[in-house]
Design a protein around this ligand. Sequence first.
Ligand code: BGC
Length: 368
Amino acid sequence: MRSLTKLMAVSAVAALALTGCGRADEDTPAATSSGGATGATGGFAADSLIGVSLPQKTSENWVLAESLFKDGLAAAGFKADVQFANGGVGEQQNQLQSMVTKGAKVVVVGAIDGAQLGTQVKAAKDSGATVIAYDRLLLNTAAVDYYVAYDNFKVGVLQGNALLEGMAAKKPAGPYNIELFAGSPDDANAKVFFDGAMSVLQPKITDGTLKVVSGQTQFTQAVTQGWKAENAQKRADTLLSANYSSATLDGVLSPNDTLARAVITSVKAAGKPIPVITGQDSEVESVKSIMAGEQYSTINKDTRALVAETIKMVQALQKGEKPTVNDDKSYNNTVKVVPANLLAPHIVTKANAKEEYANDPTLSKLTN
Ligand code: BGC
């Protein structure tokens, strides 16, 4: 069990001092039972409607979640209404409202913008439904009962460590020139990933081991609106031409695989050597890139396990039981601390990919 105090801001507008004690341990997902949750405990009919509201398809994990939720909820006997909101926040608000109108007993929400769904989740609560924030926290609202996700801060810590290790393997001593990329500022996860990584990298920036040549070390400078590849690629193009005409770029912190590949595209177009670059999500193209020695690392956050855990929570609620949670400290959404069921993310590099993806039917084919 780690014991540290960290500053973990969950959105650009909300910076909260939180204590990380009690965070999920390395390899033990959901363990203890909940306390203090506000979800409905009366149970509901076994064939009830369950709404699942997903954001835009900004990475493969969301696409995988769709069929896993449809099949898993149906197999558990529920009716499932699973929707994407590719049109943006307004579409997600309408979809959620319609799930409530249709009588959903649980709404599972992967928010595009965690701060923009307060009215709809309050309507869900008022109708007697339980609200579960899935992967991304819902902010500034009392109307969220549970959070289920991989430990986001830990993801960032693993990325920061991988960046240092990857660079040290190539060049034993610093200083190392690096650049920092973050995710979309409307996704509550983005700042938490960045803070996790900076908890490792900032001391090395301070002691001169790492040099952010552009000087862009703040989250607000590093963000990638909408998690869009083209935005990361454009920023990488600008950073390279402004700062690396003679300097070598040794490493890049990238918050996920889509953006890592966008940065690699930019570096290649500039005719530069590929730096050590991190990622997240174990996307097919990135696993191929890792095996080919281009992208350095990714994170294994098995979507199958996260969806299965969410469905277990729904089943507990159906029976009138409290779902499993293992963290009641870390996720303050500015109105309440949301009881969380956190799963452990794993770092993946070429060295352990075979072992990490051994039971994944798609990814295991790529690691031989
Ligand atoms: C998820 C990441 C994903 C990103 C972009 C985040 O909220 O946690 O796994 O890479 O969204 O889709």
